[in-house]
Design a protein around this ligand. Structure first.
Ligand code: PLP
Length: 374
């Protein structure tokens, strides 16, 4: 099996799964219980929070556990916007559906939303971001790494521009695709809120976190027993949380080596394409090694996906959430239809090997030969 769809999700690391199992079956107390088992569970919760905080160079008190990246973003955007009754929100046209859907809803509630358009490489410049700020901007939300093209947005400069022009406005970064792909330093990026997700880094599905800058208070989406500092009521998903902490520790211990390895895989793929399918087109700037979008014009993505799948090679035709719909990201980049219809996203993890790249190249050659012959 050659799994090259790691931006959609990743397999759970064995150590993380074992940790979850032991928390489910042995350390299964409720962190709010007052007896010894509850205290042990609360200790696991806080140790896991520390591990996630370390990954963001943040303080443990700045980490709030959620169920996924989507929930983190909902909490950030609705929580930030609803501190005000009206105002301007700045985001981009290439965000993940989680951000776009929240912004659409906030637009219906009366907030004024600006969607910045990318250039042909999928970039949005800090200059264009700064120029779109207004006196009434209350919130800006942009992604760090685009999930379809691997374009990196200049969050650092955007954050500075926002705070200079609108000091009261909040800055949210969707860092789901940057987590353990590039170093994350929210405190250096004028960032108030940052979304991350466990299942993209070898933790189970069903766990995410929101970085919430110290001192910032949002109104909660869930009301109840007051867990997570009153911000997210409901008994904590301790097995998933503990697995998330373990995955963070493991990924942190090999981070530099992993980035290097993934860069080697990307270079091998690009060189292989150049040699074996020189007419393949790369979509976007591809600023990071772990996501590559390529098109084989004339070869429809869905059909290529099925051919590759026949040889147990798994990639995606865009974001996993788009379920075969035309990519809003590639459309916003104004790529032509043949290129959009044939786009394939390859996304690496550090656990991929050069054999996976070789299998993919052979699979793409086979698919191209079959489809071009028709
Ligand atoms: N943001 C980006 C950029 C993503 O790629 C994803 C998932 O693919 C999400 C948010 C949503 O994360 P989750 O699947 O944990 O809800």
């Amino acid at each position: 099996m050659h799994y090259l769809d790691n931006s959609a999700t990743t397999p759970v690391l064995r150590e993380a799964a074992e940790r979850a199992f032991s928390v489910m079956t042995a350390d299964f107390g409720n962190p709010s219980s007052q007896h010894k088992m509850g205290i042990a569970a609360a200790h696991i919760l806080e140790e896991s929070r520390k591990a996630v905080a370390n990954a963001l160079h943040a303080a443990p008190g700045e980490i709030l556990f959620t169920s996924c990246g989507t929930e983190s973003t909902n909490m950030a955007l609705f929580g930030a916007a609803r501190r005000k009754r009206k105002g301007h929100i700045l985001t981009t046209a290439i965000e993940h559906a989680a951000t776009l859907s929240c912004c659409k809803r906030l637009g219906q509630e009366g907030f004024d939303i600006t969607y910045l358009q990318p250039d042909e490489a999928g970039h949005i410049s800090a200059g264009r971001f700064a120029a779109a700020l207004r006196d009434d901007t209350i919130l800006a939300s942009i992604m760090l790494i685009n999930n379809e093209t691997g374009a990196r947005l200049p969050v650092d400069e955007c954050g500075r521009a926002l705070k200079r022009r609108c000091p009261e406005a909040l800055f949210h970064i969707d860092a789901v695709q940057g987590f353990f792909r590039v170093p994350l330093t929210p405190s250096k990026w004028s960032c108030d809120l940052m979304s991350i997700s466990g299942h993209k880094i070898g933790a189970p599905k069903g766990i995410g976190a929101l970085y919430l800058k110290k001192g910032l208070h949002l109104s909660p989406l869930l009301h109840g027993g007051g867990q997570e500092n009153g911000l997210r009521s409901g008994t904590e998903a301790l097995p998933n949380i503990a697995a998330f902490g373990t995955a963070c520790e493991i990924r942190a211990s090999s981070f530099a080596r992993d980035v290097q390895h993934v860069e080697t895989l990307k270079q091998a793929l690009l060189a292989g394409l150049q040699a074996r399918l020189p007419w393949a087109l790369i979509n976007g700037a591809g600023d990071v090694p772990h996501v590559i979008s390529l098109s084989l014009p004339g070869c429809k993505s869905e059909v290529v996906l099925r051919i590759l799948e026949g040889d147990e090679i798994y990639v995606s035709a865009g974001s996993a959430c788009s379920k075969g719909k035309e990519s809003h990201v590639l459309r916003a980049m104004k790529l032509d239809k043949a290129r959009i219809d044939s786009a394939i996203r390859v996304s690496f993890s550090p656990f991929n090997a050069i054999e996976d790249v070789e299998a993919l190249l052979t699979g793409l050659e086979k698919a191209a030969a079959m489809l071009k012959r028709r």
